[in-house]
Design a protein around this ligand. Structure first.
Ligand code: PEP
Ligand code: MN
Length: 294
């Protein structure tokens, strides 16, 4: 995109700053701010800085024992943010839907025990206030990336929002959804690539890693990658996590379960605790090679 020269306007008396609004992205673009957005959370966790963000935990919160065991392990291995779904967007109405408020309370307990920030998904406008009370980051899932009333609602709160790419969304649509949140007052947005739907059946989705350097060129927002939902296969998570970091992602989000074969949701794509620590060891080397730390 060619940016027209506007220097002469900036020099005019009474003009503080000139913002080029000719592009379709106004607030999330580099033209608006060329300083990378950094998001500060509790425990000195900062998203978008040199230190990578590692979000880990179960797909769904199933019970207290499962959650605590998993998070203690991932914290020990270097996770910086804990994930756990309380409201689950399931394809079938007969599948486990999540513990809802009880799950949020367990997540709050995890936050107290570990001192780490937590993230969980919000699926409806009615739950935004409730979920925001318990979590440090609100997640908008792939199925809701274009739920505009929900985007507007999370745009009006103070907590950061992690926006997942819609499974059939173009990068323009993805950024315009971020624009919805920003333009309603919330600049603390983390983009998350989680794979898009293509024709292949060997993986759950197709991980579009080219989005990472592309976003770095056109936006100031941080971007992380979720290799769990992108691949659907445990064995593919480690290589894709490494690739994401090599491509310049600000972090990764992975699902971990102490007994994946018994998981109520997404067991096939959940790392065992030992897989997670192995991943941390290996991604540290890639991080170092690209000037980042874990
Ligand atoms: C999740 O992170 O638990 C989830 C449901 O992801 P997605 O919205 O990407 O499918
Ligand atoms: Mn999942």
């Amino acid at each position: 995109m060619e940016i027209p020269k506007l220097d002469h306007l900036e020099k005019m008396h009474g003009v503080e700053r000139v913002i080029n609004e000719s592009g379709i992205f106004k607030l999330v673009s580099k033209e608006f701010s060329d300083k990378p957005t950094k998001i500060k959370l509790i425990n000195n966790v900062e998203i978008g800085s040199k230190k990578l963000t590692i979000i880990a935990g179960p797909c769904a919160i199933e019970n207290k024992k499962q959650l605590i065991k998993t998070v203690e392990y991932v914290k020990k291995s270097g996770a910086t943010i804990i994930r756990g779904g309380a409201f689950k967007p399931r394809t079938s109405p007969y599948s486990f839907q999540g513990l809802e408020k009880k799950g949020l309370e367990l997540l709050e307990r995890v936050r107290q025990i570990t001192g780490l920030p937590v993230i969980t998904e919000v699926m409806s406008t009615e739950d935004v206030k409730l979920v925001a009370k318990y979590t440090d980051i609100l997640q908008i899932g792939t199925r809701n990336m274009q739920n505009f009333p929900l985007l507007k609602k999370v745009g009006k709160i103070k907590k950061p929002v992690l926006l997942k790419r819609g499974m059939s969304a173009t990068i323009e649509e993805f950024l315009l959804s971020a624009e919805y949140i920003y333009s309603h007052g919330n600049p603390n947005i983390i983009l998350c690539e989680r794979g898009i739907r293509t024709f292949g059946k060997m993986t759950r989705n197709t991980l579009d890693l080219s989005i990472v350097p592309l976003i770095k060129q056109i936006s100031h927002l941080p971007i992380i990658v979720d290799p769990s939902h992108a691949t659907g296969k445990r064995e593919l998570i480690l290589p894709m996590a490494k690739a994401a970091i090599a491509a310049g992602a600000d972090g990764i989000m992975v699902e971990v379960h102490t007994q994946p074969e018994k998981a109520l949701v997404d067991g096939n794509q959940s790392l065992r605790p030992s897989d997670f620590s192995q991943m941390m060891t290996e991604i540290a080397l890639v991080a170092k090679a690209v000037g980042r730390t874990i």
